[in-house]
Design a binder for this molecule. Sequence first.
Ligand code: SF4
Length: 445
Amino acid sequence: MAISNNKLTNDQYSDNFSDIHPPFENKTAALVDANRCLFCYDAPCTKSCPTSINIPKFIKQISSDNIKGSAHTIFVSNIMGAGCSKVCPVEKLCEGACVYNLLEEEPIPIAKLQRYSTEQAMENKWKLFDRKPSRGKKVAIVGAGPAGLSCAHVLSREGIDVTIYEKEPKGGGLMTYGIAAYKVTPEFCEDEVNYIISIGGIEIKYNQTLGKDVSLEQLQNSYDAVYLGIGVGVARQLDIPGEEMEGVVDAIGFIYNLRANGFPSVPVGDKVAVIGMGMTAIDAATQAKRLGAKEVTLVYRRTEAEKPCTDVELDIAKLDGCKIIWLAAPAAIKGNENKVTQLICSKMKLGEPDASGRRSPVDTGETFTLDVDMVIKAAGQVPFMELVDQYRINNKNGRITIDNNATSVKGVFAGGDCVNGGKEVVDAVQAGKDGAAAILKYLFP
Ligand code: SF4
């Protein structure tokens, strides 16, 4: 039987996908936590933020009821500070570094406080930045994800006219299309993009794919510089027999589908296997469960010690009732009338460390079988190799290589996932800032 959609009632969908980290109930609650901050000198929380937000300063501003000032402090370092307050793995960044951890006390809820002020800024449409007068230069940015938007905002503040070419019908990149809906909703992402471009001087042209609707040569001829923030690429295939069967989907497509088309329209199996253990795998597994799958099993080829997701993300999957099988790799998918019925897995053991420094999985020769009707592939993404080769941009297996944010093609800069292979949203925001600084130096030597 084909996997089905619309498994739950509307109320069940809204319960299952409600905000996982709700905001403060009221101002007093926010002030209580803000007043716990020790306003550390040389604050470790700021040092752990890839965008170096001055955290003690914005918390101090909240405690003195200067919410506008606090939002400015956040946005001047991270224009996606509102979204990052919902999706950053803060347990391994700012909150993980908070000195309260050393005292074995709860760290300051930095993300919640950041959300407290940035959401007020967005809701009230506070205009916190002025654009300098136009300096007569135009820059094209490819990709309206975190790197592209952050680059665009810095350039616009400096009086540069920016046009962003985005392949999707909406901006925000993976923030809009690739993150679990209980962390951040598509509506919030749309508001965030609109808030960022409300500074003026930034036009987004949607449904424009590089290499199809617009070429790099056209952009080079029409603009003074080009910034590529094209993201990491397409889903990695498993390369195992049966992968083409109905019921096998990739995690990014699955998450995209439920964010773009709504929960009831997304087909989900009763017994789902998710391959991988990164954040995307966790988001796919938990959302499959919340869409009504009876049984979801995460399959990972290494052990818990090598997992790429954080402990907090793993706990979300466990709390949602997802099962986890460590040291197992997919070997084949079997089915009936082209519909998935089984996933055959190889039992693995750990061998010598590989290039990533983690011990590599080695096949023991033994297998086991899972009865499933859906397989979600979340085994990473492959960079846009053909695209970057086509434009003779120096790259390493499809990842663009840069020198001070400049690619090997004159006047073309790059940053974010297409360079680093896929990191956090906050890393892409910093990459966009770095790219803008390099472009400004290039335009005004
Ligand atoms: Fe405040 Fe913790 Fe940062 Fe110190 S480390 S400034 S206590 S949030």
